[in-house]
Design a binder for this molecule. Structure first.
Ligand SMILES: Nc1ncnc2c1ncn2[C@@H]1O[C@H](COP(=O)(O)OP(=O)(O)OP(=O)(O)O)[C@@H](O)[C@H]1O
Length: 718
């Protein structure tokens, strides 16, 4: 795939995309998560790029949605799907699902959607999904206490590229290495020539270091896993809750994660924790040990009756001896016991092992002093020893854990990607379950053309009214849509518009099918606009490759959808002109188009409207377009048109308590009576009934009007 030929992708984006491991795969698969890891590419942009790549792949002109209202319907159904995602990722990923006229694209999404429908949206999975996000790539790890060294300029730049986390230093010789060892805790020499050189400090010779960067910078995988610990843990939960086939060993990953602290250090190792605490507490423990000794000694002195002969006292004073000599002479045992207690305290408080305890005991001298004081040198040695052991252990554990986790990196990435993709599938599944959706059946256009050839039907428009008349006229007649393949536009059975602002259970299922060009008449508020919305949303969802909210849908694959909403009031001359122009374009290229228009007559005065609409219908019909025009002037338009245009009708079954009772499914080939007609009919019936009870006469005094008046009005409607 030539990245630059993707619509909307310029040079800069191509550069960013080429930093991906396998940009072609990511683009082909619409893998928004992977695309969004390219530098400077947000998830939203990644979705747009993926959509462009899909269009390129399927040779899709991408202009299925031909009008503002069509685009609006798409946004509305898309947001119904997006509302059902848990992660932001899945919402963005759904942006790559758009209505297409291309069979290959529709089939591709249909396959994905069919699998999605099998998914059970279990609340436990949805809860676990809340913690899943695309993984963070840890790019900014810096390790300061370790460096790489080489004598070779080429290796130097190779090393800088391979291990950006460490400083790389150029040295002349072993002397240079020795100098580095003074500034860094660990120096890793990359040249074979240094093998056998022994220097002070931690200097390792590892010519293969660049091949296994995780070994020289275990911080790299560790920081990746530490930063993504919660997301990975959530992805593990999602896999368990959903019973998804995991891309890696979940237990091994969890074990690795449980050994990792949030800051990328190793957690859960008792020995390391002991050493760390010992180093941290050393000063405090030494002070406490001093106090133990001094308290005991003070107690002993207080309780002791020191008897000293005068000559002894004299000699002591003459020698300038202090209380120490007195202690060693008189309280030697007490002193020894106090110092022993201090040593024990230090060893116990720091939980030292035997070797460490030996060094620790030297912190208190056998030489009597009062007060007892620690030997700072000995404490310093103990600190050095503990720190060195701790560092060695931490380093080893880090390397071991990094080695375990480094192998899991790819699996972990896939694990999160699969969890996020599951969210996309679950959103489709939830939508389909909530709206009782089915997969639509596309009537193959090639088969359609062949059938048309052999049956030699008349013009599509004339054939259409006949075919459409075979569609179910109401939900009660038990028929199913039985459109022949050569005449299919769309045939919806039991459709429930997802755009209706009604609770789902209050939506009455609608059957409606059209082939060719049709007018849709009906009572006010009968559901004409809602029927167009139903048709538009079903057609858009079907061309997205998704299930549709109906019991059964058959349709042809359309090239584009032109949906014109009812315009608000009469258009000014300019707007009127541009609308007529738009229809002129339509009339030229309408084959393969689905044109649905709501009350176009409101654009200008009624007489002119009927003429213009009739003209548009003629052109669309000649071009073989599929069209539904909602109109209150169906009768007038039919008369103006020079072909037999079908008029369907949404019928009021009657008036109940002044409210119209409506059969929401349009009746084929039937001009629906208007609301005023129904009201006049009701008044006529009522006045006839009153006249009957009054013995055949109605008078002005009893408030009832002569039934003949209403009959006269009724006649006008015939
Ligand atoms: N299938 C349905 N199930 C339940 N309610 C519906 C259905 N279709 C329409 N309605 C209700 O009827 C109302 C009017 O519908 P709609 O606006 O589609 O009628 P209309 O025939 O286009 O009206 P108008 O003649 O004024 O343009 C809707 O707001 C909705 O509440």
């Amino acid at each position: 795939m030539d990245l630059e030929s993707i619509p909307g992708v310029g040079e800069k984006t191509v550069r960013a995309l080429s930093e991906l491991d396998d940009p072609e795969r990511a683009l082909r698969a619409g893998d928004v998560a992977a695309i969004a890891t390219a530098p400077g590419i947000t998830q939203g942009r990644a979705a747009r790029i993926a959509r462009g790549a899909i269009r390129l792949e399927h040779d899709d002109p991408g202009d299925f949605l031909a009008t503002d209202r069509a685009r609006e319907v798409y946004r509305q159904v898309l947001s119904l799907l997006k509302e059902r995602t848990v992660t932001e990722y899945a919402a963005e990923r759904l942006e790559t699902v758009y209505p297409s006229s291309q069979r290959s694209r529709i089939v591709e999404v249909q396959e994905f959607a069919s699998e999605a429908l099998e998914r059970e949206p279990d609340p436990a999975i949805l809860e676990a999904l809340e913690g899943v996000e695309p993984l963070r790539e840890s790019g900014d790890v810096r390790v300061r206490e370790r460096c790489l060294a080489t004598t070779d300029a080429e290796r130097y730049s190779e090393a800088r590229q391979a291990v950006p986390e460490l400083s790389v230093e150029v040295v002349e010789d072993a002397q240079g290495l020795a100098e580095l060892a003074r500034g860094y805790a660990t120096v890793i020499a990359l040249d074979e020539s240094f093998a056998g050189v022994t220097l002070e400090g931690d200097v390792q010779v590892r010519p293969d270091a660049l091949e296994n960067p995780a070994e020289v910078v275990p911080e790299r995988p560790l920081s990746f896993f530490a930063q993504n610990r919660d997301r990975l843990q959530a992805a593990v939960e999602v896999h368990r809750a959903a019973g998804l086939e995991p891309s890696c060993d979940l237990e091994a990953l969890e074990d690795g994660l449980s050994r990792l602290a949030e800051d990328g250090t190793v957690a859960g190792d008792e020995e390391l924790d002991r050493l760390t605490t010992a180093v941290d507490d050393l000063d405090a423990a030494a002070s406490a040990a001093e106090s133990v000794a001094n308290d005991r000694l003070r107690e002993a002195i207080r309780e002791q009756d020191v008897t000293i002969e005068g000559s002894d006292l004299l000699s002591l004073v003459e020698r300038g001896a202090g209380v120490d000599s007195l202690l060693s002479r008189e309280l030697a045992d007490d002193y020894a016991a106090a110092v022993e207690a201090a040593r024990d305290h230090l060893v116990d408080a720091l939980d030292l092992d035997q070797g460490e305890a030996e060094i620790a005991r030297r912190a208190f001298s056998d030489e009597p002093t009062f007060p007892v004081e620690r030997d700072e040198d000995a404490v310093g040695r103990l600190r050095e020893e503990l720190t060195a052991v701790r560092e060695r252990r931490a380093g080893r554990l880090k390397r071991e854990l990094a080695a375990d986790l480094a192998d899991q990196r790819k699996g972990a990435r896939d694990l999160v990607r699969d969890a996020l993709e599951l969210d996309v599938e679950l959103a489709i599944s939830r939508f389909a379950r909530e709206y009782d959706c089915t997969m639509p059946e596309f009537v193959d256009s090639e088969a359609r053309e062949q059938t048309a050839e052999s049956s030699k039907t008349a013009s599509p428009s004339r054939g259409s009214s006949e075919a459409a008349s075979r569609l179910p006229s109401s939900r009660d007649d038990g028929e199913t849509a039985n459109m022949s393949d050569d005449a299919v536009g769309f045939a919806i059975e039991g459709g429930r518009s997802p755009l209706l602002d009604e609770p789902l259970e209050a939506i009455e299922p609608v059957d409606y099918g059209v082939a060719g060009v049709t007018l849709l008449s009906g009572v006010n508020s009968g559901g004409k606009t809602s029927t167009l919305d139903l048709v538009a949303s079903v057609v858009v969802l079907a061309h997205m490759g998704l299930p549709v909210p109906a019991e059964r849908v058959r349709l042809r694959r359309f090239d584009d959808l032109h949906y014109h909403a009812k315009s608000q009031g009469t258009l000014d001359a300019g707007a009127f002109e541009s609308t007529v122009r738009e229809f002129a374009d339509l009339a030229e290229g309408g084959e393969g188009s689905l044109v649905i228009v709501d009350e176009l007559e409101s654009i200008t005065e009624p007489g002119a409207s009927a003429k213009i609409i009739a003209g548009i219908l003629e052109a669309l019909s000649e071009n073989g377009a599929t069209a539904v025009f909602v109109s209150h002037m169906a009768d007038e338009i039919r008369e103006m048109a020079d072909f037999e245009v079908t008029v369907d009708g949404i019928e009021a079954v009657g008036l109940v308590d002044g409210e119209l009772e409506v059969n929401r499914s349009p009746v084929k080939d039937h001009l629906a009576r208007s609301t005023p007609e129904l009201i006049v009919e009701k008044l006529a019936t009522e006045s006839r009934e009153t006249a009957d009870t009054n013995g055949g006469t109605a008078t002005a005094t009893d408030g009832a009007t002569d039934p003949l008046f209403y009959d006269r009005l009724l006649e006008k409607f015939e």
